[in-house]
Design a protein around this ligand. Structure first.
Ligand code: ATP
Ligand code: MG
Length: 292
C-alpha cells in the first residue's frame, strides 16, 4: 500500500492544547457509556464538551462509606459556562461499613450473579471493589428514577465505577468560596418554615412510596436545605434528599415496612423536637398506603 506522507505545508498549524494540570483531569463525560449518563433531557447546565476539564476544588465531606468532593467541570476557553458537581466516591476498603447491608439488599435481584457471589465472598478483594461499585450503581439508578419521577434529589450526572457525579447542592458565597447546602439536622426554623419543610418531606416520601420505595436511611443528616433559589428570609428554601444507595423495595424486601417506619420516626422525632407535633405512625400509615 502506498503511504501518503503529507508535505510540510499541508500539516495543520500547531496550536497549544491546554491539557489537565495538577488536580485536573479531562472530563469523563464522553468516556462513560451512554447508560451511565443521567436521564435526558440533560439540564442545560450539564457540560458535555469534549474539551472540558474536571478540576478538583476540595473535599465536601468524608463519610462512613464514601467521600464527597467538589468538582468544577468547565471548558478552559469558555469561562462562566462551567458547572459544579459533587463527586461521591465509594470506598473499596474493608473498613467501609454498611450497617445492615444484608437488610437493605434482601429481595434486590442482581443481574450479575457472578458479581453477587464475589460480593458474598468477604475474603475477596475484588469482591469488595465490586460491592463499592454496586452501591454506587444502586445510588445512581435510584437517583435517575427519582429525578424522572420529580422527587427533590440532586440531578445524577454520571456514574463511572465507584464514582457518582451529581449536581452540587450549595452556593457560592460572597467571598467566592463554595458552600454545600447545610443539613436539616442543624436548622432551627420558625413555625411557618417548619410546616413547609414537613410538607416538602411528606411529598418527597410519597414520590418514593409511589415507586414502591422507602429511602431506608432517611434522617435530618440526609436532607439538605437548598436556599440558593430562595426569595427572602420568609422562604425556607427547598429540601433536597441525598444518600440513596440503600433505597428499599417496599414489596420485595421483608424489612421494607420496618425501614419505612424507622424513616418516619427519624423525620417526626426531628420535627417534634423543633416544635411541630407530628406523629410517626400516622405518617407511616399515610405514606405506606401510597405504595399500593
Ligand atoms: N449533591 C451534593 N451537594 C452538596 N453536598 C453534598 C451532595 N451530596 C453529598 N453532599 C455532602 O456530603 C455529605 C455526605 O454525603 P452522603 O450522605 O451521600 O454520604 P455518606 O457516605 O452516606 O455520608 P454519611 O456517612 O455522613 O452519611 C452530605 O451530608 C453533604 O454534606
Ligand atoms: Mg449520609
Amino acid at each position: 500500500m502506498h503511504q501518503h506522507t503529507p508535505s510540510s505545508d499541508s500539516l495543520p498549524t500547531p496550536h497549544t492544547v491546554s491539557g489537565p494540570g495538577p488536580g485536573q483531569r479531562w472530563s469523563t463525560w464522553t468516556s462513560v457509556a451512554k447508560g451511565q449518563r443521567g436521564p435526558a433531557p440533560w439540564p442545560d447546565w450539564v457540560v458535555t464538551a469534549d474539551a472540558a476539564l474536571d478540576t478538583e476544588l476540595g473535599v465536601l465531606k468524608t463519610g462512613k462509606e464514601a467521600d464527597v468532593f467538589l468538582i468544577e467541570r468547565a471548558v478552559p476557553d469558555e469561562p462562566g459556562r462551567g458547572s459544579l458537581l459533587a463527586a461521591k466516591r465509594y470506598r473499596r476498603r474493608e473498613n467501609r461499613q454498611f450497617h445492615r447491608a444484608a437488610t437493605y439488599t434482601e429481595g434486590r435481584r442482581s443481574r450479575r450473579t457472578r458479581d453477587q457471589r464475589a460480593v458474598e465472598d468477604r475474603r475477596s478483594a475484588w469482591g469488595r471493589s465490586v460491592a463499592a461499585t454496586q452501591w454506587a450503581d444502586a445510588e445512581f439508578s435510584a437517583l435517575c428514577e427519582l429525578w424522572g419521577a420529580g422527587a427533590p434529589v440532586p440531578y445524577p450526572v454520571q456514574i463511572d465505577g465507584t464514582e457518582l457525579l451529581m449536581e452540587f447542592v450549595g452556593r457560592r458565597t460572597d467571598d467566592g468560596a463554595y458552600e454545600a447546602a447545610p443539613r436539616l439536622a442543624r436548622q432551627r426554623p420558625g413555625p411557618a418554615i417548619l410546616a413547609d419543610w414537613f410538607d416538602q418531606l411528606y411529598r418527597a416520601m410519597s414520590v418514593l412510596a409511589r415507586l414502591g420505595w422507602a429511602h431506608g436511611d432517611l434522617s435530618p443528616y440526609n436532607v439538605l436545605v437548598d436556599t440558593a433559589g430562595a426569595s427572602g428570609n420568609a422562604d425556607g428554601g427547598r429540601l433536597v434528599i441525598i444518600d440513596l444507595p440503600q433505597v428499599v423495595d417496599l414489596v420485595a424486601n421483608p424489612f421494607g415496612a420496618d425501614l419505612l417506619h424507622r424513616d418516619c420516626r427519624n423525620v417526626c422525632t426531628w420535627f417534634t423536637s423543633r416544635g411541630l407535633e407530628v406523629d410517626a405512625d400516622e405518617l407511616f400509615a399515610d405514606v405506606f398506603a401510597q405504595a399500593w
